[in-house]
Design a protein around this ligand. Structure first.
Ligand code: SAM
Length: 209
């Protein structure tokens, strides 16, 4: 399956990174998938399409994001939500009448999977503690990029690793967000986990040793 952009913004600007990412998911075939940092929901839609192709309706996707509550997190790097392409701005403002970076717009993008998804609005620092991690077998960590948030997110997801699941972290080696690498390296070493750096240093794949 190829990664599609659905006329929105995504972390995966180059399609080959998106295709690589889907290949990683395909190799694990998770049934319960958690994405921290949903943004416009493009990866969410791609993941749902893939899991639906693999499992039929027998899968769950859980996504969480601040969804516009960025003022809460002044230290966070929130991706630029403005489009360079004016056609996209017109499409969302006048045709869809939606802010693509909103829970409602992501729900709309995922409506064909409405029975399989849960979208949560809020800060991962609090929301992750309320999720039953024993049910989750794959986490895509792409939310806050500062050191304390990444470390906190990883610590809150450790149960997934203990149950033989996988945490795939985006932006491992990003020059303007060095806290991601620092938090991952520290988490892996203090918990004696296996960590593979893949896709030209883009992703850190963390699993049990
Ligand atoms: C890089 S974007 C995610 C891109 C998305 N995964 C994709 O593939 O297109 C990061 C997202 O994380 C969200 N975010 C940042 N800090 C967060 C936090 N502490 N809790 C929840 N979401 C957060 C931002 O609102 C933003 O939408």
């Amino acid at each position: 399956m190829r990664y599609k952009k659905y006329f929105r913004k995504t972390s995966f600007k180059q399609k080959d990174v998106g295709d690589f990412f889907l290949g990683e998911i395909q190799s694990k075939k998770p049934k319960v998938f958690l994405e921290v940092g949903v943004f416009h929901g493009v990866t969410a839609r791609n993941v749902c399409e893939l899991l639906n192709y693999i499992h039929g309706s027998d899968f769950r996707y859980i996504g969480l994001d601040l969804f516009n509550e960025s003022q809460e997190n002044v230290n966070e790097i929130i991706p630029n939500t403005k489009f360079n392409n004016p056609l996209k701005t017109i499409y969302f403002r006048f045709i869809k009448k939606q802010d693509p970076y909103s829970l409602e717009a992501v729900k709309d993008l995922l409506k064909k999977f409405k029975n399989n998804i849960s979208l949560l609005k809020g800060n991962s620092n609090t929301i992750l503690k309320q999720i039953d991690m024993t049910k989750i077998d794959y986490v895509f960590l792409d939310g806050g990029h500062d050191y304390p948030t990444v470390l906190n997110d990883l610590n809150n997801c450790i149960e997934v690793i203990n149950n033989n699941g996988t945490i795939l972290c985006d932006d491992y080696d990003l020059s303007y967000a060095p806290g991601v690498k620092k938090a991952i390296d520290e988490f892996v070493s203090s918990n004696k986990l296996k960590c593979q750096i893949i896709c030209n240093n883009r992703f850190a794949k963390i699993e049990k040793n």
